[in-house]
Design a protein around this ligand. Structure first.
Ligand code: ZN
Length: 170
């Protein structure tokens, strides 16, 4: 894959809760363009489509008018931190959030959307980690259910609805 032409981002300049360099886990970063967790492969953000705004019909994600590739695809990431160095920064930030009584999920300026299986080191104060672990299966089931569209009529604005009567030739 070709990189996107921009200068590499240094891992040390990225807020530690927006990049995951945890040992043994797949490296991932919150794409600076679309704010979604994306895997890092070969020191680049893997190619991905920009996530449509909520409310965008699902069919727009495929076909000729599919959502365009996110310009953050192929962003080079310069991994200039060891896993330990990153983790130390991450812990420090987590403690700061905790001391300030800040709920990083709702108060911080950077809102992060989550993708199903992407590792997401969202900062959660320790006492909340256990609560989160307890509800995680239910959340996961709900997320999965949300992906499914009920059988029945397609969205009315779908371009795939035929508007012309076809008369097959003999
Ligand atoms: Zn992106």
């Amino acid at each position: 894959m070709k990189h996107n032409g921009r200068l590499p981002l240094q891992a040390s300049t990225i807020r530690p809760d927006l990049i995951n360099l945890r040992d043994g886990e797949k490296r991932a970063i919150v794409c600076p363009d679309c704010r979604v967790w994306r895997p890092i492969q070969d020191r680049m953000v893997t190619a991905h489509r920009a996530v449509p705004h909520s409310g965008q019909p699902r069919h727009r994600r495929s076909g000729p008018d599919r959502t365009p590739r996110c310009p953050g695809s192929g962003q080079r990431i310069w991994i200039d931190l060891t896993a330990d160095q990153w983790h130390a920064r991450y812990e420090k930030l987590a403690n700061r959030y905790q001391n300030e009584g800040m709920d990083p999920g709702s108060r911080h300026a950077t809102r992060v959307k989550r993708l199903g299986s992407t590792p997401a080191p969202v900062v959660v104060p320790r006492q909340r980690a256990a609560e989160w672990a307890a509800v995680r299966p239910a959340v996961s089931r709900t997320d999965t259910a949300r992906q499914e569209y009920p059988k029945g009529d397609s969205p009315a604005d779908g371009p795939e609805v035929p508007r012309r009567t076809l008369h097959p030739a003999r």
